[in-house]
Design a protein around this ligand. Structure first.
Ligand code: ADP
Length: 255
């Protein structure tokens, strides 16, 4: 198959913070080239799961794999270089950068130069930013943001900043795209556009994992759904199965 090496696999992953068990023996596969949605109530461990995949947290036990690559315990910058890109619930966008350069910076995190010049914003960093402008412009066009390329990114409304974040993650050319609440704050038109972009990204072979509260979006977009409750996997399956699961219905879908 064309997309070998892109499935994300958690095997019996546990994580606690102090005395709190955030995740307990969580196992699931996010299949290669598919959109997997992580759903569950607040505090069920969704964000922690993303943080364990992208290397922000180390699991207390268990393994995290991307294809045959072991991600368990690797630092976030190594995971990024293996092709895992991530967006955040609250996009942190440096105030002084243009939309174009924020998007281009996504490639730097994944492909260098090494961390130090990125952190210190040394001249090498700015040269790398300049080299990425063409790729960044391409993604801005795809996301319908071409008209604001030269504007300061931090001045944009929340919905637009979410799309900029998405463009930044895509600009890295990831094997895996992790999205944390990327739809929140988007208007209905932006939601439709987002869904269309994510389908294209998936069809290009990228493995997408989304944490998402909007179940109607999950239903229309996800190929696979993993339901977390209390730090454990309650069930997983395709969206139709999940929507009919009695416990899911009762606990999350308000019926
Ligand atoms: P969700 O994303 O589903 O809302 P989280 O993954 O954010 O859930 O949190 C799962 C549990 O782990 C919660 O009880 C939360 O308070 C706890 N938790 C998450 N991150 C930390 C942290 N850095 N320090 C302490 N506790 C944390």
């Amino acid at each position: 198959p064309a997309f070998d090496g892109r499935d994300v696999r958690l095997e019996s992953v546990s994580k606690s913070f102090g005395g709190v068990d955030a995740l307990r023996e969580v196992s699931f596969v996010a299949p290669a080239g598919r959109i997997t949605a992580l759903i569950g109530p607040n505090g069920s461990g969704k964000t922690t799961t993303l943080n364990l995949i992208n290397g922000f947290h180390k699991p207390g036990s268990g393994r995290v794999l991307l294809g045959d690559d072991e991600l368990t315990g690797l630092p976030a910058e190594r995971v990024a270089r293996l092709g895992v890109a991530r967006t955040f619930q609250t996009p942190a966008i440096p105030g002084e950068m243009s939309v174009l350069d924020v998007v281009g910076s996504g490639r730097i995190e994944a492909h260098g130069p090494a961390l130090l010049p990125v952190v210190l914003r040394l001249p090498r960093y700015w040269r790398a930013v300049a080299r990425n402008r063409k790729a960044a412009a391409g993604w801005l066009e795809i996301l319908g943001l071409g008209a604001i390329a030269a504007e300061p990114a931090a001045a944009m409304a929340l919905g637009t900043r979410r799309m900029i974040e998405l463009a930044r993650a895509l600009c890295a050319g990831p094997r895996v795209l992790l999205l944390d609440e990327v739809a929140s704050g988007l208007d209905p038109d932006e939601l439709q556009e987002l869904a269309g972009v994510l389908r294209k990204v998936r069809d290009a072979g990228v493995t997408v994992v989304v944490v998402e509260h909007n179940f109607s979006l999950v239903r229309s977009l996800a190929d696979h759904v993993v339901v977390l409750a209390g730090g454990a996997v309650l069930t997983d399956g395709d969206p139709r199965e999940i929507a009919e699961h009695p416990e899911v219905l009762e606990r999350f879908l308000g019926s």
